[in-house]
Design a protein around this ligand. Structure first.
Ligand code: TYM
Length: 326
């Protein structure tokens, strides 16, 4: 039986953080063992908010390098920059002709971003491009964090609508969202998700942060005025967040963490969390330092060639269905 196909993407803006890793990238790496994996650095998505071109180019390269350092393996998976495969934009256009503006108006990420940054057409149609990314390769499954769930629903709706109107072309992709770590919260505000665009860097831990920075961020993480380490998102979101992080790096269950740290005070627990994160991220930093930029560039270009080879015949199929090709 042919292996099922996985597709996912990440924006190369700001640096990749713990939320990206625990919510999605950990799964990207793990799924390579069993799936045909296609991973994309979605630079076309990233320019829906203003970027400085020269800085953006550097950030994009660094993001690719982090993915490689974390274990995305170009011998097993496709990895490339979205803009190097024009079929993404082509399919997005076709899907935009069947996307309803009513549904796009309900996209919560658009509303949040438009409130902050002001709106533009690209930001508005961003979820349609995301649907095109996934459907272009007929992905069966999409590893993402919780915040992408609504975009996945739109993707499925567009696939269904296309299939109903033009004939069965796209499978309906399933999200792969982890039970723990699907929504890692800001270390400064446990009611908001950890985010690349948060102006306060103290809210996040970056994959490439040095050990001293990681220890400082975790130590200063906002918790509550109690002292008991207990897994309770309603009353103790800051602690619950740290417990999830600790659990993901050490394999300890929530019960084990409560038994070990329950009454020992937050200081001792935070130290253990910091050490677990430092140890867990150290191999990525080492691998990152060992990669050279020319090699990364070559890998990304080869990935784009291979992705285009697969995308072109897929688009031919779409063109025929829509009446753009005989
Ligand atoms: P992006 O670049 O914001 O984030 C990349 C991945 O990280 C997840 N994530 C989180 N998970 C847990 N806790 C958090 N605090 C956290 N913050 C981010 C995201 O859910 C995502 O899986 N629209 C997408 C990029 C995209 C895409 C796609 C994804 C474009 N096309 C096709 C999948 C398939 C985005 O902005 O992710």
């Amino acid at each position: 039986m042919a292996r099922q196909r996985v597709f996912s993407g990440i924006q190369p803006t700001g640096n990749i953080h713990l939320g990206n890793y625990l919510g999605a990238l950990r799964n990207w790496v793990a799924l390579q063992a069993d799936y045909d994996c296609i991973y994309c650095v979605v630079d076309l998505h990233a320019i829906t908010v203003p970027q400085d071109p020269a800085a953006f180019l550097v950030e994009r390269g660094n993001a690719a390098k982090v993915l490689l350092a974390m274990g995305v393996d170009p011998r097993r998976s496709l990895l490339y920059y979205q803009s190097r495969v024009p079929q993404h934009a082509e399919l997005a256009w076709i899907l935009s002709t069947i996307a309803s503006t009513g549904q796009l108006n309900r996209m919560t990420q658009f509303k949040e971003k438009a409130d902050k940054a002001g709106s533009n057409l690209g930001l508005y149609s961003y979820p349609v491009l995301m649907a095109a990314d996934i459907l272009l390769f007929r992905a069966d499954a999409v590893p993402v964090g919780e915040d992408q769930k609504q975009h996945l629903e739109l993707t499925r709706d567009l696939a269904e609508r296309f299939n109903a109107r033009f004939g069965e072309e796209f499978p309906l992709p399933e999200p792969i969202i982890p039970k723990t770590g699907a929504r890692v919260m800001s270390l400064q505000d446990p009611t908001a998700k950890m985010s690349k665009s948060d102006p306060d860097p103290a809210g996040r831990v970056l994959i490439l942060d040095d050990p001293a920075t990681i220890r400082r961020r975790v130590k200063r993480a906002v918790t509550d005025s109690e002292t008991e380490v207990r897994y309770d998102w309603e009353k103790k979101a800051g602690i619950a967040n740290l417990m999830e992080v600790y659990s993901l790096f050490t394999g300890a269950s929530m019960q084990q963490i409560e038994a070990e740290f329950g009454s020992g005070g937050y200081g001792r627990f935070k130290e253990a969390v910091a050490e677990a994160v430092v140890a867990g991220l150290a191999p990525f930093r080492e691998a990152y330092d060992a990669l050279d930029d020319a090699a990364v560039h070559r890998i990304m270009e080869e990935g784009a060639v291979a992705a285009r080879d697969r995308a072109v015949p897929f688009m031919e199929g779409v063109f025929r269905r829509v009446g753009l090709s005989a």
